[in-house]
Every structure is written in structure tokens, then in C-alpha cells.
Write a protein that binds this ligand. Sequence first.
Ligand code: AHR
Length: 516
Amino acid sequence: MKQLMTRRSFLVTTSAAAAMVAMPRRLWGASGSKRQFLIRAEQEEGVVSPLLHGQFAEHLGSCVYGGLWVGENSPIPNIHGYRKSAIEYLKALGVPVLRWPGGCYADDYHWREGIGKQRAKRVNISWGNYIEDNSFGTHEFIGLCRLIGAEPYLAGNVGSGSPSELRDWVEYCNYPGGSKLSDERAANGSPDPFRVKYWGVGNESWGCGGSMRPDYYGGLYRQFAGYLHEMGGTEPFLIASGPSGDDIRWTRGLLDTTSPIMPDGLSMHYYSGGADEPTKFAASAMEEQFKSFRHVEDAVIHQRSVIDGYREGSRIGLVLDEWGVWDKIPEADEKRYGMLWQQSTMRSGVAAGLGLNLFNRQAAKLYMCNIAQITNVLQSLLITDGAEGERCVRTTTYYAFQLFKEHRGNTAVHVDNENEDPLGVSVSATKAAGKIVVSLVNPKDSEEVTAECVLRGVTPRNATARILHHADRNAANSFDDPDAITPQAHPARIEGQKLVVDLPPLSVVTAVVELN
Ligand code: AHR
């Protein structure tokens, strides 16, 4: 039955005891342009789930239409309507999980309008009042996920929807056959169930998802959850709309109300705002933006401790399903390319590195993370030059994810880093059979650093590394120069027990250390 304390078997293995081990205050820390870190290979800090590298796509600007989806009749090369180059790039990177259709849009999305031959036209009230023709609906989304190998994550409508509407969507997607809804799915071309595991129950219910109070939303969550059942062997993993940033009032108000019915996941959104336009960042604005990643990390730790304080709370997965940089977006770009279209620069690549590094460090505390958003909108992996444009460019953010792919599925290990400066070198390390993978990010734009990572508990043999770097914080991969910033081989050496890597200003490095 649903109304048990929790509905999932995921077990969080927090390493509170490990985290409390005091760091030695002798050798480790800054010395001129050198930074020393101690990698404790035996101190495990949880598995880096591939889901921490998840993505998010919303019906907003040119994320879906003109980005991922161009339609079958488009002159742009496509695979049954999906932009071919985007599919190839995403497939090559690997997208573990994709959240859709919002965002704010999710709470006014009526899934029936996006299936079958007759699609309803409806105004997108969240993003500019354009007429949404619903040509990209559930089948198209699942088709996209299958093409790029992503696990689908559907965000359900609580704001303007009903328990019955969401319950029917689950049946339509997951019931194998024989019911009216599953037969309709088959008639629409998909006899096989979609087997969707991840379901959001509302989005930002404190804001665009209904401006609710936490206790009111908590009551709705209980009601909705009661109708969302296992079908065809797929047990839905229900993700409640959680806090904005580190809003404890929301988390407590919600869980006090839902308890003892606990959601499987609690969503949390944390954007890193930027005061300047994407390609015109001043050093000071960049520093402010980078500093916010320390707050994101603190919020993850804090929220986790609050959730763990509830009976069965440790079974709730913390889902950071919207994160990334949100800059001041130039009107001209929005006019030309769509709402919230944002270029990714070297600064954005560094920001991605700061985020992905903190996810490694907090791997035991996080269940899933989805950067906003996969194409064209905010901190995206890909940009395209408008709905009619054929060009599709992999951004610095794409390449930061590529560098961190080495960590997926590995076990995070503890790194002692005495440097308290939020703009100091950010580091994380993971281990897998016969290797240690270390990622280092230098967020300073004028200071070169040599990182010396002492590896304790293992015997290093050799190391290779790749770097994403450009001296200009505002440099970007553009339509005219799509490969301006791509990962390159970078020297890394082993000196006894140490991995030594030079980090130029504004750089993201991943080193793979082979062990004896
Ligand atoms: O990602 C853009 C918007 O940011 C989403 O629709 C909403 O959930 C958040 O406020």
C-alpha cells in the first residue's frame, strides 16, 4: 500500500561519522600558488549515481520547439522530427534522466492535449502566452528518451490539474494493455508500456505551481499520492515539490503535513543568479555567482539533515531538479532565439564544474540532479540558432559534463581541503576498480594554481588528465566558432604518493589515476 512510511527501497548511506573526522591542521592548505589536498581513498562517501548528471526540458523558449524538436517536415536534418545533431550530441554524452514538460509549464499541462492525431492548441501562460500546438507530447517525449538513452521523469500537474488527470497519465503510460487508456496508447502507436518510474507531483507549488502554503500543498500531495499506483510492475517514484533554495519553513511544513506518508523524493530548486549578461560578465559578478555554489552545498547538507530528522526521512531522496546559472538575459537574444536563451561561456563551464564537484562530495545526500535546461534555455548543453537555424553547438557546460562523466557510478571518497575560500580550488574524488578519478576546478580568473593531491590508502601508478579552459571568462562556443573551447589533454604527474596538476585560471580538470 502507498500509505506506508515510505514507498521506495533506496537507502541513503550517510557518512555522518566519516564527515566528523577532524581534518589534520598541519600540512594541508594554501602555500603560495600551491594547494594541497588529501584524498582519503578508504573513506567512502556514497555512490555517484548517474542520475546526478540529469537534465531538464521545458516547453519554454526554444528548448523543445526549435531546439530538440523541429518536426518531420523541417529542412533541418531530423530523425522523425527530432533535431539529428542534438540527438547525436546528447547520445554521445549520455543523458541519464530527463525531466519534462516543466517547470512552471507542468502545472498547466494537460497531457491528453498532447496525444493522438488531434492535438489541442492552448496558450502557454507560463512562458509568453504563445500558442502551444502540443505537437510534442508524451509519445514524442518518450521517443526522445529512448533515442538518447535517458530515463523519463514526468512532472505532473497539481496546480491546475486533478488527481484523476495525473492518475490517468500513469495508467496511460504504464499499464500494459486491456484498459481503455492503455489501449488508447497502443492505438497511438505504442503497444509497449512506457514504464515511467519518476513522477513529479507538482512543481514549485510555493510559486508558479499554485502559490500554496506548505500545509495546503502537503494535503494535496497526500491526496494525489493516494491515486498514483504501481502498474505493469512499474512502481512510481513520487517526487514532492520541495523548497526554493534552503527554505526550511517549506520543507518542515510539507513533511509535518504528509507524515507518516513520505514522498520518495523531495525536489529542491537552487539557481545561481548572475548580475551581468552571459558574454559580458565582470569579474566581480562572476565571483558572486561562483560563491553561490557554496550556498548550494550548504543547503543540500542542511535540507538533508532536516529531512533525516523525520521518521523514515532518510529514505526520502533529495532531488535537486533545477540548478545552474541564471544570468541577466539580453532582450535581443530572447527576441532572436526565444525566452531565456542563454549563452554558456568559460564562466558557465567553471560553474558547471563547481556544481558537479559538489554533487560528488555530497553523493550520499543526493538522489538526482537536473540542470536547467538541456537546450537553449538557461545553462544548457546545446544551443541552436533559432527555430529555423540548422546550427547546433555543444556548449562549455556540455563539455564540463563530459569531463565529469568519468565519475558516474564510482564511489565518492573524502577529500580534505582546508581552504575556506569559496573561490578557492574546488576538488572531488571518486574511485572505481583500479583507479581514482579526481576533478579540480580553479574558479579564479587571474591566479594559476598547482594542485598537489596526496593519495592515501592506494598506490598510484600513472595519471592522465583533460582540461576545459579559456583565459577569457566571456569566451564561448558560438555558431561561428563552435569548437572554441573543448576539452584537451593536460599534463598530470605522479610524484610518489602525489598527483600533481597545474590549474590555469578558469579551468576544469579531470584526472584519472591508475593504481597498482
Ligand atoms: O527553469 C525555468 C523556470 O525556473 C522553471 O519553469 C521554474 O520551475 C523555475 O522557476
